[in-house]
Every structure is written in structure tokens, then in C-alpha cells.
Design a protein around this ligand. Structure first.
Ligand code: PA5
Length: 456
């Protein structure tokens, strides 16, 4: 059994009390609404209006061939993109590659280029990143669905200028574009100048685009098994064909968070992976949940101002930073643990602690740490997670756990697909459109107008 599972008994009132915990009746009462949302989502999928659902079944030959083609030609692959055009790539890289990937030698990277994601326009950070790259040996992937985003297009212009100065008309060899097939100025540039390009399919928004060339191209370039990833997503798709909340993991997860928010006042949802590899999955999910569900208007046009605030944390690091607040602070949070059962490496703690010799005044042993001897970091990290779960539950703080038997392309594909479906379904529960982002667009328009007004 290699599927991810959700344990949610600590969300229920018999574990955390009636004031904060849900009853099975709450879930049952939501079922008729869930069945209607399910029907609506299915019918939209069948009409091709929600193409993100079918991405697990695409042909990735072109992506794999291109990744193979550039493998020997470039030392570095740099994604220029922001938000949904960057977070999925970062999440995949952290989850499925060595945590020190860019520091490994080329042969340790199986010949694959280093991977950088420039998802900010901090001038210092961007300048410092460019300064360490051999521009001739670097391929820049300009990723923007709209093809107009100010941050990404300004990065592109800086990079273009530098490579053009270095290589003249051969600058095009160092740029590959991922954008809409027709819309946006980047598509126009790519078409008129003959740049190599990939397409973000119609109807797939940035934060739902990890399984398009937006996430798959950088992942394939960095040697990640993208077919395995899509297989995992397809497995989850099968499990998400049920309309029953209890049997459909995506609906179950969305319902638990939605009911905690609307019935129990849990306005904050914290995701805590107890695995460094999963830390950027919670960052990716933070954007998915926030940008999709934080909305002013309902589908009927009423002002509703809904949305639960997603917070990311990391076990065990944040046990020494956030957990005090989560266990004893305001009752405004619901916690999701991400737990890995089998880590890919076992790191044992030695049997014998350092013992100062008796003749130098040592006491003959370090009793306070001897309980660690012979155990492993694997045991310690999961026992610490159990401890946090215990403390939260004892203090009436609802929490659930997504369990990964192990981390591999399949389980990562499963969880990302599940969270996308959860978000689409939660849009139905909140009765808002989870696929737009009018609040972000407003800020984008302001920036363009302000720069136009500013004289040089
Ligand atoms: O999820 C979204 O739609 C956004 O976060 C976008 O990805 C982000 O604003 C970047 O947009 P674009 O890909 O058009 O450059």
C-alpha cells in the first residue's frame, strides 16, 4: 500500500471537545451540498471547463525530449517566474531532489543542470544570483501564463540584455519560454523572434499549473521522474471520483477545514510537515488555498469576504518557535501534520555518548542524554511529531495528519493533485470562484500605471 492517507480522528469532538471538534453528523449534514458540488465539478470537467483535472493523462514526450536535449548543453537552468509560475517547481525540487542538489557535482546530479528559481525582484538577490552564473552555460526559462507579469518580464529584459551583449544574435539559445498559446506579449515575442516555447494550457490558472510545462519542464530538467509524478496524480484522480465526503480524500480534507472555519471559528489553517522535503509543499499549498478561497464576492454577487488564512510551519524546527502559540494561544487554528513513515535515509544516533574520562573530573556518563543512544533521527522526528499531536489534542486543538508511506514521485503527485481538487471543491463550499484572483490583478494594474506615470 503506497497511497497517502488522512487521519482525522483528532478533528472530532470526542478527542478535542464539542466546542472545537466536529461531529460525524457535521460531515453527514454537508453530504447533500458536497454531492451537488461534485456533480457541478464533474459536468464542468466533462465540458472541458476545468482542464487541470485531466493533466495527469497528458503526453510528456516533448518535455522529456527537450530536457534530454539541454542536459549536456547547460550547467544551470533558471526559472524566471512568480506565484503559481514558481511555487510548484520549488515544491517539486525540494520534495524529490537532494536537499543540497545545487551543491552536488554534475555526475552526482546525473548530468542534470543546477536548478534556480528566481521568484522575486529584490535587486540584490537577483544581481547576486546572476553574478555566480556563467551566462553562456545557463538556460533561462521565462514562465508566465499571462505573458505580461511585471516582475517576470523585467527579469527577462535584464537577462536578454546581458546575453545579447555576450552572444549577439545567438542569445535565443539561452531562453525558453512557457506561456499562453496566444495571449500576452511574451507569446508575441516568442513567436516573432522564434524562441523555443512551451504552452500553459487554456483554462489552467497559475496555482493549478504544476502538472503543466510550468512545473514539469524544470522538474524533468532536474532529473525528476515526471511520469511517476503524473501516475501518482492519476491514482489520486481515481480516488477523487467518489462523491462521498468520507471516501474522497480531497473532499474530506476540504470539508474538515471548511467546517472548522465556518462552524468552529478556526480562521487559520496551519500545515506542518515533519520532513524538510515537504516544506515547500506547504508553501505551495499556502498560495493555492489563500489565492483561491480568499474572496470578497460570492457566486451570487454578495459581499462575503471569506477565506481561511493558511500558515506554513516546519517540524521540528518550529517546535522551538510556533508550537507554544498553537498549543496554548487563541483557539483560532486547525493544524495539518504531514508525516513520512519511511525516510529514504536512516540516520542513527551512536550507541555511546561522549564520556569525559573519570580521571579528568568527568562524572562517568551523560545520563541526561543517554536516552537518545542507539535511536535514530528518524525515530526522533516522528516521536516529536507524535508529542506535538498529543499536546495539541490534549489542549483541545483540532488537528489531522496526512500520512506518506514514503516520499517518491507518486506520493508527491498524489498529495498535490488531492490539494488542487480540495481547493476546487472548497470553492463550491464557500460558494465563490476559486479560479480567479481579482485582488492580485488590482495590484498588478496599479504597478503598471504607477510606472507609466513615473518619468525617467
Ligand atoms: O495563481 C496565479 O494565477 C498567480 O499566482 C499567478 O501565477 C502569478 O500572479 C503569476 O502570473 P503569471 O503566470 O501570469 O506571470
Amino acid at each position: 500500500m503506497h497511497d497517502i492517507t488522512i487521519h482525522y480522528s483528532n478533528m472530532l469532538s470526542d478527542k478535542v471537545g464539542k466546542e472545537h471538534g466536529l461531529s460525524l453528523n457535521d460531515l453527514d449534514s454537508l453530504q447533500p451540498v458536497a454531492s451537488n458540488i461534485h456533480k457541478l465539478l464533474r459536468s464542468k470537467r466533462e465540458k472541458g471547463e476545468l482542464p487541470f483535472y485531466d493533466l495527469p493523462y497528458q503526453d510528456v514526450t516533448e518535455i522529456l525530449n527537450y530536457a534530454a536535449y539541454i542536459k549536456d548543453r547547460f550547467e544551470n537552468f533558471v526559472v524566471l517566474g512568480i506565484g503559481g509560475s514558481a511555487l510548484g517547481t520549488i515544491a517539486l525540487q525540494t520534495a524529490l531532489n537532494n536537499s543540497q542538489y545545487n551543491l552536488l557535482s554534475k555526475s552526482e546530479r546525473n548530468g542534470c543542470p543546477r536548478l534556480f528559481v528566481a521568484d522575486n525582484i529584490d535587486p540584490v538577490q537577483f544581481a547576486e544570483m546572476l553574478s555566480i552564473l556563467d551566462m553562456d552555460k545557463t538556460l533561462f526559462n521565462v514562465v508566465t501564463k499571462s505573458g505580461t507579469t511585471a516582475e517576470t518580464m523585467s527579469q527577462f529584459m535584464i537577462v536578454y540584455d546581458r546575453i545579447k551583449k555576450l552572444k549577439g544574435d545567438r542569445w535565443k539559445e539561452n531562453i525558453v519560454v512557457t506561456t499562453d498559446k496566444a495571449k500576452g506579449v511574451l507569446r508575441k515575442i516568442a513567436y516573432e523572434l522564434g524562441l523555443k516555447s512551451f504552452i500553459v494550457p487554456d483554462g489552467v490558472g497559475g496555482r493549478f499549473s504544476v502538472f503543466t510545462p510550468v512545473g514539469l519542464l524544470p522538474a524533468a530538467v532536474a532529473g525528476i521522474d515526471i511520469k511517476g509524478l503524473l501516475k501518482g496524480a492519476a491514482l489520486m484522480d481515481e480516488r477523487c471520483r467518489e462523491d462521498s465526503i468520507i471516501d474522497n480524500p480531497a473532499y474530506l480534507y476540504a470539508s474538515l477545514l471548511y467546517l472548522s472555519d465556518t462552524k468552529k471559528g478556526k480562521k487559520i489553517t496551519v500545515m506542518i510537515p515533519y520532513s524538510y522535503a515537504l516544506k515547500d509543499i506547504s508553501d505551495w499549498f499556502r498560495q493555492l488555498w489563500a489565492e483561491s478561497l480568499g474572496k470578497k464576492y460570492s457566486l451570487n454577487g454578495e459581499v462575503v469576504n471569506v477565506g481561511q488564512t493558511p500558515v506554513k510551519a516546519l517540524g521540528v524546527t518550529d517546535q522551538h518557535s510556533q508550537i507554544q502559540l498553537y498549543v496554548e494561544g487563541p483557539f483560532d487554528k486547525v493544524v495539518t501534520f504531514l508525516k513520512v513513515e519511511e525516510f529514504k535515509v536512516r540516520m542513527g544516533i551512536p550507541q555511546n555518548p561522549p564520556i569525559p574520562p573519570l580521571e579528568r573530573g568527568g562524572k562517568g556518563g551523560f545520563e541526561e542524554i543517554s536516552y537518545l543512544c542507539g535511536h535514530s533521527l528518524n525515530e526522533l522526528i516522528n516521536i516529536e511529531r507524535d508529542g506535538t499531536e498529543y499536546a495539541l489534542t490534549k489542549n483541545n486543538r483540532p488537528n489531522c495528519t496526512i500520512i506518506f508511506p514514503e516520499l517518491n514521485p507518486s506520493t508527491i503527485g498524489q498529495v498535490m493533485y488531492m490539494l488542487e481538487v480540495s481547493t476546487a471543491f472548497a470553492g463550491g463550499l464557500y460558494n465563490i470562484n476559486p479560479f480567479d484572483q481579482p485582488g492580485v490583478e488590482e495590484g498588478k494594474r496599479f504597478t503598471i500605471e504607477a510606472l507609466k506615470r513615473k518619468t525617467l
